[in-house]
Write a protein that binds this ligand. Structure first.
Ligand code: TIU
Length: 231
C-alpha cells in the first residue's frame, strides 16, 4: 500500500489494484502541423510535460503498476468522426486532411503516434478512442474491471479536455482518480490551473491532484529523486 501526498489530502493506493493512464501524448497534439495546431493552438506549450511523464512512467513500470496509453483519432474513412467535430477546424486543416505528419488525427498516420520518449512497451495496452473521454466507445472499462483496478493515476494532454473528461467518466464508474498535475498539459495555462483546482475542490469532488515527485516518493520509497520529476 502506497500513500501518495495529494490535494485535498493523502490518498492510500493499493499498487496491485492501480493503473497509470497516459492520455493522448501524441505527435498530433505536441508537434507543429497536427490536430492541436490545426485548432489554432501554440503546441510548444505541451513539450514540457514529456520529461515529467517519462519519470512517472518509469516509476509506475518499476513499481509494477498496470500502464495503459490512449490515443485520440479516427478511422481513415472518417466513419467514426462526427461532422460536428470535423467542422470545428478550418477547411484544409480538418480531421482527415493531409498535413506534414500525414492525415490529421487519423489512425495509422505518423501524427497519431505517441511521442517516442513515451512509447508504449510491449504488453502495455493502447486504447484508440474517437472522443475526448477514454471510456466513450472503448473497452477501457472492461480492461480495468478485469484487472481489478480501483485507482487510476492520470497524466497526459490536455488537462481541461481529454484528461478532465476521462477523470469525470472514471469517477462516475467508482474509480479513485489521482491526477498527476505536472504530468498534464494544456495550451492554456489558466485552464490547466483551473482544471486541476476543479478536481480536488469540494473535498475531492472528482478525485485527487498530486505531482510526479510525490508519486515517485510513494511508489519507489528507496529511489533517489531525479531530474524531470520536479524534485
Ligand atoms: N484541443 C484540446 O485541447 N484537446 C483535444 O482536442 N484532445 C485532447 O485533449 N486529447
Amino acid at each position: 500500500m502506497a500513500v501518495i501526498d495529494a490535494r485535498p489530502g493523502p490518498i492510500a493506493c493499493d499498487t496491485g489494484r492501480a493503473a497509470l493512464l497516459v492520455i493522448d501524448m501524441q505527435r498530433d497534439f505536441l508537434e507543429p502541423g497536427g490536430f492541436g495546431a490545426a485548432l489554432g493552438n501554440d503546441v510548444s506549450r505541451l513539450a514540457r510535460v514529456v520529461a515529467p511523464c517519462r519519470a512517472l512512467l518509469d516509476a509506475a513500470r518499476a513499481a509494477g503498476l498496470a500502464v495503459i496509453h490512449t490515443r485520440e483519432g479516427h478511422r481513415p474513412d472518417l466513419s467514426d468522426a462526427p461532422r460536428a467535430k470535423v467542422e470545428r477546424s478550418p477547411p484544409g486543416l480538418r480531421i482527415g486532411d493531409p498535413g506534414p505528419m500525414g492525415r490529421i488525427l487519423i489512425r495509422g498516420e505518423p501524427g497519431h503516434e505517441i511521442v517516442p520518449d513515451l512509447a508504449p512497451l510491449p504488453g502495455e495496452p493502447v486504447i484508440d478512442k474517437p472522443g475526448k473521454g477514454a471510456f466513450y466507445q472503448t473497452d477501457l472499462e472492461l480492461m480495468l474491471r478485469n484487472r481489478g483496478v480501483e485507482t487510476l493515476l492520470v497524466a497526459g494532454v490536455t488537462t481541461e479536455v481529454c484528461v478532465h473528461t476521462t477523470v469525470r467518466e472514471a469517477n462516475d464508474r467508482g474509480l479513485r482518480c489521482i491526477v498527476v498535475g505536472d504530468c498534464c498539459g494544456s495550451y492554456f495555462p489558466e485552464f490547466h490551473a483551473a482544471a486541476l483546482a476543479m478536481v480536488s475542490a469540494q473535498g475531492g469532488i472528482f478525485g485527487w491532484v498530486s505531482d510526479v515527485a510525490a508519486v515517485r516518493r510513494a511508489l519507489l520509497p528507496s529511489a533517489t529523486p531525479r531530474t524531470g520529476d520536479g524534485t
